[in-house]
Write a protein that binds this ligand. Sequence first.
Ligand SMILES: Nc1ncnc2c1ncn2[C@@H]1O[C@H](COP(=O)(O)OP(=O)(O)OP(=O)(O)O)[C@@H](O)[C@H]1O
Ligand SMILES: [Mg+2]
Length: 521
Amino acid sequence: MAGTNGENLAHTPATTPPMLLMQDIVKSFPGVLANDHVTFEVRAGEVHALLGEHGAGKTTLMNILYGLCRPDSGRIFIRGKEAHIRSPRDAIALGIGMVHQHFKLVYPHTVAENVALGLAGTPFFGPARVVERGLTELSQRYNLPVDPKAKVWQLSAGEQQRVEILKALYRGAEILILDEPTSVLTPQETLELFKVLERMKEEGHAVIFITHKLQEVMEVADRVTVMRQGKVVGTLPVSETDKASLARMMVGREVVFRIAKGECRPGEESLIVEDLHALNDRALPALRGVSLTVCRGEILGIAGVAGNGQRELVEVLTGLRRAQRGKVWILGQELPNRSPRRIAEAGVAHIPEERIRMGIVPGMSVEDNLILKKHHRPPFCRGPFLQLREVRRFAQRGVEEYKIMTPSPRTSAKLLSGGNIQKLILARELSGEPGLVIAAHPTYGLDVGATELIRQLLIRQRDAGVGVLLVSEDLEEIITLSDRIAVIFGGEIMGVVPAAVATREEIGLMMAGERRRVPNP
Ligand SMILES: Nc1ncnc2c1ncn2[C@@H]1O[C@H](COP(=O)(O)OP(=O)(O)OP(=O)(O)O)[C@@H](O)[C@H]1O
Ligand SMILES: [Mg+2]
């Protein structure tokens, strides 16, 4: 094809036009060029991965396609016909669906009510019943099991995502945008999602799949487009590339996938948990007598399939859920059922699982978010006065050390890209010189560079004598970082293994409910 001009490309008669062509898209925000003459093409029946570091401009490009944001210039063609997308309503009418990086479901409503919400032509009263039937049919066709009558707040992240996908399909999406769908999924749920994507391909849909996990690109995508600093670096068939070259294209340098870790020198116990019992949100037993210890200078990894009590354990330890029974000592203090603030003040840093909902105040600036929880303490406050200069200096250091991409520390936190919001929370939590770090999925959804950075920081904390409780479903991560590995199943610890002698097989068996035979170390 000779044409560089949109007209020619889009209307070449000899070939069928692509399902989607975004051409020469430019979008700038104050201080950043988020999309710098991006041309992006997706065909019917393909899964097209969109890859790039945090802040590369992926979400922005997709927001433009979905009508959430207007480009400064550039054109969009759907099946060769120019489209003018001014709102999500326009996008939906053109057969575009989007599952956002951070879900937009309404918590107190049921699944069916959420799907019905904002849908044209549904009755005001009892719209759910009309939708329920359609949903059940779709969920069978795509093998996406959900209970239409369940309330959204009761659903796990994976189930909420299924609802989002069903919602898009219900509205007739032919081009489906999935913005980091797997960052909230367990490995098992990820496999299920991939089957759904295969199904969509067979039906001639086009799927745009944003991820930071190179392995997933290799597994599920047909083609991949790599972005860096707002520009497209290249588009290529997945069969013609590999993980190392993709990583290089993304960050513009070689990436180390291995991590250096010195010997573990455990000190006194930073956390002791004895016979802990707690209920989950549905008032069913979630923890059934969990006992474990984390020493200073040690990383204890908790491995397990999601939903086996990990979330409840972290919540009890950080004061977000009441324990029914059991004892907890944190850094020498007996602290069961205290407020989150009291526990934080005892020296516990918490990297929460649901970072966006729990971790930041979106309307506040980056720097205010960085000193959150510390504003009432020196050096940030003297008497009733906030010490602005101290705040600025502290924020500047956080931004630099954690490589938070922001036009300025005074930018509103909600304007940062997803990965940069995560780095902001990590910076705040780890900068308080904690004695114990409770980290739930600390690298979920982070790009290769940021993952490398966070893992190094956790190891640095451990080397400085901090106890680290690491909860992760990523077995690779658990094995790389932990000194000892505890496996949780059905709210009980199946066994604890020193990482040095742990095998995948043994951990896998315990994750499936087999108890460890040899005594725990
Ligand atoms: N509404 C906005 N106002 C100001 N700046 C914005 C806005 N939306 C995005 N940006 C900026 O544009 C750049 C690209 O952000 P974008 O969210 O597209 O990145 P991304 O590739 O999706 O990153 P991530 O992998 O972290 O999700 C970032 O520097 C971000 O801070
Ligand atoms: Mg994004």
